[in-house]
Design a protein around this ligand. Structure first.
Ligand SMILES: C[S@@+](CC[C@H](N)C(=O)[O-])C[C@H]1O[C@@H](n2cnc3c(N)ncnc32)[C@H](O)[C@@H]1O
Length: 377
């Protein structure tokens, strides 16, 4: 069993993203979840900071955490450090006191403390408060929403996500335009879409390429399409800067950007029957489409009225995407009905505030429905 320390303020969305890297994820308190198992994809998550191998779960107070640690079986050798976190400042616990007291339990149990380079790091994660459902327009509401919770998770650090999003600030990229998406959000959206090694991800309205950069950095092959030549040239520069051999010390990924219309993509129909393993057999088969529709504020809505553009892009996504693939559509309003009409199943819609006058609706669409069929939720 594992514990997850979530990031951001929107737990339902963080849990949803975490499911791309872990199984059996359940929210247990504000900013805290548990999982039955994790994969190495945890390192790519935007809204999960770390995963710990659980020793146990108790109330959010230092005495209970100490009692849990005294009784827990520990099959580890080497030096240790204890790190306590008052997640979102919700519990009011003194983390210094928690570190001191749980550290002394480990010393009593024969461990040497090394704060600089410990062999094992014990995390003690405290959280209290009510889990809110405000951000959910539609989706699977976690069971604990509305409950007042008081939880401490104690466990050994198993994996941490790489928190390097500020190194890719849109304004620092070779090509920048106002309205570019924050890298942390772009990462979450490509994860929700299922991007990763062996996957082919298409953004049919790529703008400055924010989604493609994050898709490529998690290992997917990425293709961008935009109707404006300026965006195509700019995105190429951005992808070269972050995804080419010279930009990456790890493996480089294939990427491409072409000028085109999202309602008439330059891609073949998907004629597969679904890929169960996630390993790609047909390199032209699109595994996921992810896009950020124009908001009618900054972005140019070229060639089409907005509804015509989004409906056409959803239909094209359905045409090119493998039958068990996904589309993630980000927009300033709900396009749920349009998605259903285009033949998608709506798995979830999250409403995420960006600033006072802008909410982003994040639609997670899955295959399988016949065009026009009504579905749930
Ligand atoms: C909201 S922006 C995408 C922003 C992008 N996520 C980013 O971070 O830069 C929408 C993009 O859709 C493009 N667009 C508008 N109409 C289009 C069409 N018919 N086909 C393809 N792209 C289109 C615009 O040129 C714009 O770059």
């Amino acid at each position: 069993m594992y514990g997850l320390e979530l990031a951001g303020e929107q737990d339902a969305f963080a849990v949803y993203e975490a499911k791309s890297a872990a199984a059996g994820v359940e929210l247990v308190a504000p900013g805290l979840a548990t999982a039955g198992s994790i994969t190495d994809r945890v390192e790519t998550l935007a809204y999960t900071r770390r995963a710990i191998e659980l020793l146990g779960r108790t109330d959010a107070d230092v005495e209970s955490a100490r009692a849990l640690l005294r009784a827990a079986p520990i099959e580890r050798e080497g030096t240790v450090a204890v790190r306590a976190r008052d997640v979102r400042g919700s519990s009011g616990i003194s983390t210094q006191r928690a570190q001191r007291e749980l550290g002394s339990v480990l010393v009593d149990r024969g461990f040497a403390v090394d704060l600089e380079e410990p062999d094992h790091v014990l995390y003690v994660l405290f959280s209290s408060g009510e889990v809110e459902a405000d951000e959910i327009a539609l989706g699977r509401v976690p069971d604990v929403v509305g409950d007042s919770l008081d939880v401490c998770l104690v466990g050994w650090l198993a994996a941490e996500s790489t928190r390097d999003f500020t190194e890719r600030k849109p304004t620092d990229r070779p090509f920048f335009q106002p309205g570019s998406m924050a890298p942390i959000d772009a990462r979450a959206y490509v994860n929700v879409a299922g991007a990763g090694p062996g996957r082919f991800v298409v953004d049919p309205m790529c703008g400055t390429g924010g989604l493609l950069i994050e898709g490529g950095l998690v290992g997917a092959r990425v293709l961008g399409v935009d109707v404006q030549e300026k965006m195509v040239r700019g995105t190429k520069r951005n992808l070269e800067s972050y995804l080419s051999d010279s930009a990456s010390s790890t493996t480089s990924v294939e990427f491409g950007v072409v000028r085109g219309d999202a309602t008439a993509l330059p891609l073949c129909d998907s004629d597969d029957t679904g890929t169960q393993t996630g390993t790609q057999t047909d390199t032209d088969t699109v595994d996921a489409v992810v896009f950020d529709a124009p908001y009618g504020r900054q972005s140019k809505i070229a060639r089409h009225e907005l509804a015509e553009l989004v409906e056409g892009a959803l239909a094209e996504a359905k045409r090119v995407c493998r039958s068990d693939g996904r589309t993630v559509l980000v927009a300033d309003r709900s396009w749920r009905e349009a998605a259903i009409s285009a033949g998608w199943e709506v798995d979830a819609v999250f409403c995420r505030p960006v600033h006072r006058s802008l909410d982003r609706y994040v639609h997670v669409l899955t295959g399988a429905a016949e065009p026009g069929r009504e579905n749930s939720p």
